[in-house]
Ligand binder design. Structure first.
Ligand SMILES: *Cc1c(COP(=O)(O)O)cnc(C)c1O
Length: 609
């Protein structure tokens, strides 16, 4: 069948009959027909249930009101069903944002820095600043933001969720540690903004080469950020320059990431002893270090001990002169007066996508003896070495779209030194246009949930998680089968053996393959967030009681097959391209000499499959 005859649109007429008159010229369409039937190509067995693909095909003549409504209604129904049964990810679906709906007729845009009113007058920056102040206080930062006080916080509400926060944090860290500065030359008629970078002195060639460290439970956005920003991690540099010096296992290849305590079978926290050994190796050679801690890992919900880890790292940095460094920039207009700034030789970032919004309230609940569950050690700006923190707005608070907060200290921002001749640009955020509705939604949330209600919500979640754990333990007894149930009270997440695909789909459960004592096991996790009710847990447990509930590929077979297929197609393809990637054999076999190993990018685990 020629592409022009492929049935298309709600009525499934041949595509050529659905082309708008304005798109015809000299008897032919000026737009391309489908090359294959999209309904056959976009075919995902067992997925997108309740969706009728033809209803969503929009021919160029358009849909009539009835067709459009049918598609809208169907999508709304599937969203309603999935929301009702939602258990798998750490997001909250409880909020009523109907007061925000009327703003959909407006288009607030918080472009630029939140602390400059901005020329795009239709914005919500006054709400954004109050949301930021609220979190600054919660995280014990000095607030409000004051551009002249380096100890006060600076931050903004991101366009993406914590992924953008992590990207921004790593960008901030990289340029800060590389000795970069943004300068505006106001001596010229039209001022120019330039990035300048200090040169490494001859006696310390590594002075401006940051090396990154993060655990094997770290979210992939951190790794992606390293790749985008070309920040080298210790594995890359270790393998390339110091192949025989791995301090954890002398003579052996360096680990790709900092090991977590007891690996996959462990709790998911970074192994601080190993982190310190790895950092010390590079610190002793003069490299500045970027350390990303997790405050609530994505899959296991584990909390790194930021306090102990940071304190131990500070001793190492003190030994090797990395607590403070003088950075000298020669000013061509003023050669006798170089600019000298003092900066730290490290950056400690805390990825608190869920935990940074949740743990402070668990701490309050614990202080008031409303729970006996002990919170994780502190992570916030009370620790003087913490350089940046982030959180996601759609996770603990809950919001209709992804949003996040990135926060650092004003003195660590990438701005020029406090020389009155140099003035920074307020284009301080990552994106250009920023969603003003995000600040509005977040402000609405904090305005409707005072601390009391947040503490109550935390306690409620802990009680519910305990209820779920008991029900699943009973299930384990009834089935007389080990379903690998594991629950760390702090995390609100319950992990157990992956049930069949239908149940996974129904409850939107997150699947992950973990290497359990050398054997791959497929787990799912359920997150007991504010919207989770006893009824929802009872429904899940009832489904898990049904015969065949745990039938299927629990031993990670499906995932392995998928990976093998992916690798095979790459191997068979002589023109292996960037997207498919090369296959690294054991000991680099199959990789041409002259290439080098870069970052390890996770393709399974961490919520991918
Ligand atoms: C969810 C999560 C992220 C990514 O956040 P998004 O909001 O999905 O961009 C980053 N880090 C951790 C630890 C997370 O759990």
């Amino acid at each position: 069948m020629s592409g022009e005859d492929i049935p298309y649109g709600p009525e499934q007429k041949p595509w050529k009959e659905t082309v708008a008159q304005v798109a015809m010229f000299e008897g032919k369409p000026v737009v391309s027909p489908p090359s294959r039937d999209p309904k056959e190509v976009y075919n995902y067995p067992g997925q997108e249930k309740g969706v009728t693909p033809r209803k969503y095909e929009v021919p160029s003549v358009g849909l009539n009101a009835d067709q459009a409504r049918q598609a809208q209604d169907e999508t709304f129904d599937t969203a309603t069903v999935q929301t009702h049964n939602f258990l798998g990810y750490q997001v909250c679906l409880k909020n009523d944002y109907s007061t925000v709906a009327k703003y959909l007729h407006t288009m607030p845009n918080n472009i630029g820095d939140p602390f400059y009113p901005g020329a795009f007058v239709l914005n919500t920056k006054w709400m954004e600043r109050n949301v930021l102040d609220y979190y600054a206080s919660l995280w014990n930062a000095k607030w409000p933001h004051d551009p002249n006080d380096p100890e006060t916080y600076w931050g903004y509400v991101t366009t993406m969720g914590s992924s953008e926060c992590n990207l921004y944090a790593m960008w901030n860290a990289r340029d800060y540690l590389k000795g970069k500065m943004m300068m505006t030359d106001t001596t010229k008629k039209s001022p120019t903004v330039t990035y300048v970078q200090a040169r490494a002195p001859a006696d310390n060639p590594n002075m401006f080469t940051p090396i990154s460290f993060y655990s094997e439970d770290t979210h992939y956005s951190i790794i992606k950020a390293m790749s985008v920003l070309e920040i080298k991690n210790f594995f890359e540099v270790g393998n390339e320059l110091y192949p025989n010096d791995n301090p954890l296992n002398p003579g052996k290849e360096w680990p790709v990431e900092v090991p977590s305590l007891d690996g996959d079978s462990g709790p998911g926290c970074i192994d601080i002893d190993k982190l310190c050994k790895l950092v010390e190796f590079f610190a002793s050679k003069g490299y500045p270090c970027v350390v990303a801690f997790n405050y609530g890992t994505t899959f296991k919900g584990a909390y790194d001990d930021v306090k102990t880890g940071g304190e131990r790292l500070m001793k190492i940095f003190e030994t090797y002169g990395l607590l403070e460094r003088q950075i000298v920039i020669k000013d061509p207009d003023n050669p006798d007066k170089p600019i000298v700034v003092t900066r730290k030789g490290y950056w400690i970032h805390v990825d608190g996508a869920l935990g940074a919004s949740y743990m402070p309230f668990l701490q309050m609940a614990f202080n008031l003896k409303k729970t006996n569950i002990k919170p994780a050690p502190i992570f916030d700006f009370r620790l003087p070495f913490v350089c940046s923190i982030n959180t996601s707005g759609h996770k603990w608070p809950g919001a209709p779209w992804p949003l996040g907060i990135y926060m650092t200290k004003t003195g660590l921002q990438l701005l020029p030194p406090s020389d009155p001749a140099y003035i920074g640009s307020p284009d301080t955020t990552f994106a250009g246009s920023r969603n003003g509705l995000s600040a509005l939604v977040w402000w609405t949330y904090i305005s409707e949930h005072n601390y009391d209600s947040q503490v109550k919500a935390v306690v409620g979640c802990l009680v519910m998680a305990e209820y779920a754990r008991k029900k699943l333990e009973d299930l384990q007894k009834t089935l007389n089968e080990d379903i690998w149930l594991s629950y760390t009270p702090l995390t609100l997440s319950l992990r157990f053996k992956k049930p069949n695909d239908e149940i996974v789909y129904k409850y939107t459960l997150a699947v992950e393959v973990l290497n359990y004592n050398g054997k791959p096991r497929t787990y799912i996790h359920a997150y007991i967030m504010r919207h989770v009710t006893k009824e929802l847990i009872d429904n899940l447990v009832a489904d898990l009681h049904a015969p065949g509930a745990f039938a299927g590929d629990n031993e990670a077979k499906a995932q392995r097959r998928w990976l093998r297929a992916l690798n095979k197609s790459a191997a068979n393809d002589a023109t292996t391209n960037f997207r498919e990637g090369l296959i690294l054999g054991k000991g680099n076999k199959g990789v041409e000499k002259g290439t080098k190993k870069l970052l390890h990018y996770p393709v399974e685990g961490r919520g991918f499959l």
